[in-house]
Design a protein around this ligand. Structure first.
Ligand SMILES: Cc1ncc(COP(=O)(O)O)c(C=O)c1O
Length: 431
């Protein structure tokens, strides 16, 4: 009897979903398959049929301390009994102040102020506004943003404008804010990139430069030249172009350091954070900046303020969870796990980099990505084929075109990580 009810509930879920929900990044006419997930624990997702999947991408790089981490659940429960939500204009609260203090402590040393918001796109949107209004407040009209080709910074209009052109944002191109795109330095082209930037600076009024430090996530986990980026940041600094590190993906340990920017000799003026900030428990974003940015908005004239707010800005529940997440990040256990994953990736990379069907295998911190050597005409269907194969083996990976990447939760066990590698190897062999 119970079994019959469960079956009815399940088909009801799919029917309700089909009837009422419009999913993101989904062409519903083509993509019919949807998996009901009923529970998640540590690295595992459980579906309605009792199947389990290893979440090998930490649910888009968020749940790095494992799903439903008991310490985060406890922090959330505790805070929910004290203060749930409060407007953040005219009020403040302990979780926001404590989190801001903790962030400033662990962020690169020049960061001095924290502007709360509620997701990765709003974190970058505010970064862009800071850059444009900084110059406006200083009496200089700079109207153009600079970004790398192929970058991804989110889906709101400013964020979309500075992202590389793709199916995500192509329909809105005519409505973008002004943006110039620069090729990524790859070690060979560094001089040309710098020269191009110099020309752009002479011809345009560039307010800010936004970049994903060291590795572009949505582009397909593409790494690029650190020294080339440092040279670009230097030139931007020389022309007072506000530099904005989008660490929404890389932040909180992914590159083996708390933040990717720590690995660069030149620190950004603004940093954008989200995703692992609250470890997947609640939505939250942060745009941190250096003191001189804040100072340009601090005036007797009210119109020089930064008038950007979201209803859930600095939500106390999200702040309390983020504070606990920082404690986890700094713990010896998690740091050891990050080292273990990074070493395991190195060994896996060494093992398969000469495989005839694999190219461009790259690894930084807990991120590992490889491209499948493919006949381009098959490119369209291949992504779904790869995805379905991994799901059928109990591993959740979300390939980007022909790129397969892993960003596992830091708490992944040796056995689980070995299974992820083995499944990738089996797929390559069978493909
Ligand atoms: C580097 C980067 N910036 C911004 C975003 C946008 O974040 P959100 O999806 O929370 O709006 C993403 C999302 O993947 C991202 O990877």
């Amino acid at each position: 009897m119970q079994e019959l009810k469960d079956t009815q509930d399940k088909s009801l879920l799919i029917a309700k979903d089909d009837k009422y929900i419009w999913h993101p990044l989904t062409q519903h006419k083509i993509q019919k398959q949807i998996v009901p997930i009923v529970r998640a624990k540590a690295c595992k997702l459980f579906d309605d049929k009792g199947n389990t999947y290893i979440d090998a991408i930490s649910s888009w790089y968020t749940c790095v301390y494992g799903h439903c981490n008991p310490l985060l659940v406890e922090a959330l429960q505790h805070q929910s009994e004290q203060l749930d939500q409060i407007i953040f204009s005219g009020f403040t609260h302990h979780p926001a102040a404590q989190l801001a203090e903790a962030l400033i402590r662990i962020l690169p040393s020049k960061m001095s102020k924290v502007y709360y918001n509620d997701n990765g796109s709003t974190a970058t949107e505010i970064g862009i506004k800071m850059a444009l209004q900084y110059h406006h407040n200083n009496g200089e009209e700079r109207d153009t943003m600079l970004a790398f080709e192929e970058g991804f910074h989110g889906d709101t209009f400013g964020a979309m404008s500075v992202s590389g052109l793709s199916v995500y944002n192509g329909a809105f191109e005519n409505h973008f804010i002004k943006v110039l795109r620069l090729p990524k330095p790859n070690g060979q082209n560094n001089e040309q990139v710098l020269q191009k930037l110099d020309e752009l600076i002479q011809k345009h009024r560039i307010a800010g430069f936004i970049y994903e430090p060291l590795i572009q996530g949505a582009a397909g986990m593409k790494t690029y030249c650190k020294q080339g980026l440092e040279a670009i940041l230097n030139l931007c600094n020389a022309h007072r172009i506000i530099t904005i590190a989008d660490e929404v993906m890389t932040g909180f340990g992914k590159t083996g350091h708390h933040f990717a920017s720590e690995q660069l000799a030149i620190q950004p003026d603004v940093m954008c954070l989200s995703k692992a900030l609250t470890a997947g428990m609640l939505p939250m974003g942060v745009t941190a900046c250096q003191q001189f940015i804040y100072d340009a908005f601090y005036a007797d004239d009210i119109s020089k303020g930064l008038f950007h707010a979201h209803t859930y800005t600095a939500n106390p529940l999200a702040c309390a969870v983020a504070l606990k997440a920082i404690e986890l990040l700094e713990s010896e256990d998690i740091q050891t796990q990050i080292g273990f994953i990074s070493n395991s990736h190195t060994a896996f990379k060494n093992k398969i980099e000469t495989h005839s069907k694999v190219e461009n295998i790259r690894h930084i911190g807990v991120i590992l990505a490889l491209d499948l050597k493919l006949n381009i005409s098959r490119y369209g269907n291949v992504r779904d084929e790869i995805y379905n194969y991994f799901m059928s083996k109990g591993v959740y990976l979300r390939p980007l075109g022909k790129t397969v990447y892993i960003v596992p939760p830091y708490v992944i066990s040796k056995e689980e990580l070995s299974k992820v590698y083995k499944t990738i190897e089996d797929f390559i062999d069978e493909f």
